[in-house]
Design a protein. Structure first.
Length: 452
């Protein structure tokens, strides 16, 4: 009986251990799971989660609340007031000298009152309407800024993603090249043992291999850095590993449209629309300043309970009520000479903003022309880099054959190897540069697609 209990306890313990190991292994596998993202998914995640975009959305919400606040200026101001106090008796000096002929009149010592007042603007020099209009214009700018933030972050994600893609392709080239360098080193070492080549060529092959390994190491660390930056852009958890999907096709460019097509679009991009709204705000500010020349008219009223009645003397010790309603007008005469400088300043701000809009327009034209020309240049490079890769492959084949037959030195072999590596990288880099430049051109033109 005792043995059965012991065996049962041992079996139970083993089951618990196995269950614990399974749970730990499962959690470990979950922690090591890598999240692979495509370019379109990365852009979508960034637009949903990036903190700069979320901040812009909050600024838009604040501007909408500002409109509501300005509209509330049309509502009446209503106050409820209460007061309690005690006063002394009234002392009068009726004599001819100083403090002579004192006569004291008893006063009702307690005074209290409760009243309410209201005031509602009827006309305020159109200031309230212009304040609401300015808040609406500021709201439009906030919306455009949010749109710009989304497009800026989208382009940043594209640039980061393509940079990682480029480095991954370069890493593949390095790894292939390192294998070949190791194989060459063995060949050179074998030839050196037979006295066919000198020790110097072995050292040169070792240096070439070390250089490739160092470049591969640096590139791999740069990939990690860029992946971390991408993870921050799309706001993935710090503990989650990320990788880009290199199997998806990126070559979805629709060709190059004429420069005038992009230019016409660019004149309606985010920066130009914000500059236009800023000019409208400056014009509204001028109207606000000119409103200082105009009178203000308010509808007002009050009603309250008062004790005692000091409207008569001696006062009556009775609680009484009194109300008043009417219209009041106010005109600031000093504004006729104090407001001139403010009007001049407002006019100068309009001129400044008009000049600023022209500067922004010129900058956009220059940037657009540069990107359009560079994109055209990259497209024309496709044929050149393809031909260069074919030539580099052929050159490497010939030089390698000569080297194996001891017709050239290892320096020529290294040069041919470097030329081939550069040609491979140029082909990949040029195509990825074309994709990036395509999106940069669309971004400047203000026609960045919502989904990539």
């Amino acid at each position: 009986m005792f043995l059965k209990t012991t065996n049962s306890t041992a079996d139970c313990f083993r089951k618990i251990v196995w269950l614990f190991l399974i749970v730990v292994t499962f959690n470990s596998l979950q922690a090591q799971e890598i999240h692979s993202v495509s370019l379109s998914e990365a852009v979508k995640l960034a637009k949903e989660n990036n903190k700069k975009i979320l901040r812009s959305q909050l600024e838009t919400t604040l501007s909408e609340q500002n409109i509501k606040e300005r509209k509330e200026l049309r509502l009446p101001d209503i106050e409820l007031n209460g007061e309690y106090s005690r006063i002394t008796n009234i002392t009068e000096f009726k004599g001819s000298g100083f403090l002579n002929g004192k006569e004291v009149t008893k006063a009702i010592p307690e005074i209290y009152q409760v009243n309410s007042t209201f005031k509602m603007p009827i006309y305020a020099g159109n200031k309230i309407n212009n304040a609401i209009k300015m808040a609406s214009q500021e709201n439009e700018i906030a919306k455009i800024k949010t749109e710009k933030a989304e497009n800026d972050i989208g382009l940043e994600v594209v640039a980061n993603y393509l940079a990682i893609y480029k480095m991954l392709e370069l890493q593949k080239i390095f790894e292939e090249n390192i294998k070949e360098e190791k194989s060459r080193l063995k060949e050179v070492a074998s030839l050196q043992k037979h006295g066919t080549v000198t020790k110097n060529e072995v050292i040169r092959a070792e240096l070439q291999l070390s250089d490739r390994e160092l470049s591969a190491l640096t590139n791999s660390k740069n990939i990690k850095i860029a992946l971390h930056e991408l993870k921050t852009l799309i706001q993935l958890p710090e503990a989650e590993e990320i990788a880009i999907d290199t199997t998806a096709s990126l070559d979805e460019m629709k060709g190059l449209d004429p420069y005038d097509f992009y230019l016409n679009k660019a004149f309606q991009n985010e920066e130009m629309r914000m500059a236009s709204q800023e000019l409208n705000i400056k014009k509204t500010e001028l109207k606000l300043v000119k409103g200082n020349y105009l009178p203000t008219v308010n509808f007002f009223g009050n009603y309250g309970f008062y004790y005692p009645n000091y409207k008569f003397f001696p006062p009556n010790p009775y609680l009484y009520t009194l109300g008043q309603v009417g219209i009041e007008a106010h005109f600031d005469i000093s504004a006729l000479y104090k407001n001139k400088t403010k009007v001049q300043q407002a006019n100068t701000k309009i001129e400044w903003q008009q000049m600023q809009s022209e500067i922004i327009k010129d900058e956009i034209q220059d940037k657009l022309f540069k990107e359009h020309t560079q994109y055209q240049e990259i497209l024309e490079k496709f044929v050149v880099v393809d031909k260069a890769l074919d030539l580099a492959n052929e050159n490497y084949r010939i030089v390698k054959l000569k080297y194996l037959n001891q017709l050239v030195l290892i320096t020529e072999m290294v040069d041919a190897d470097n030329a081939l590596l550069q040609a491979k990288y140029n082909k990949i880099s040029t195509r990825l540069d074309a994709v990036l430049k395509h999106y940069e051109l669309l971004h400047t033109a203000g026609i960045m697609p919502e989904e990539i």
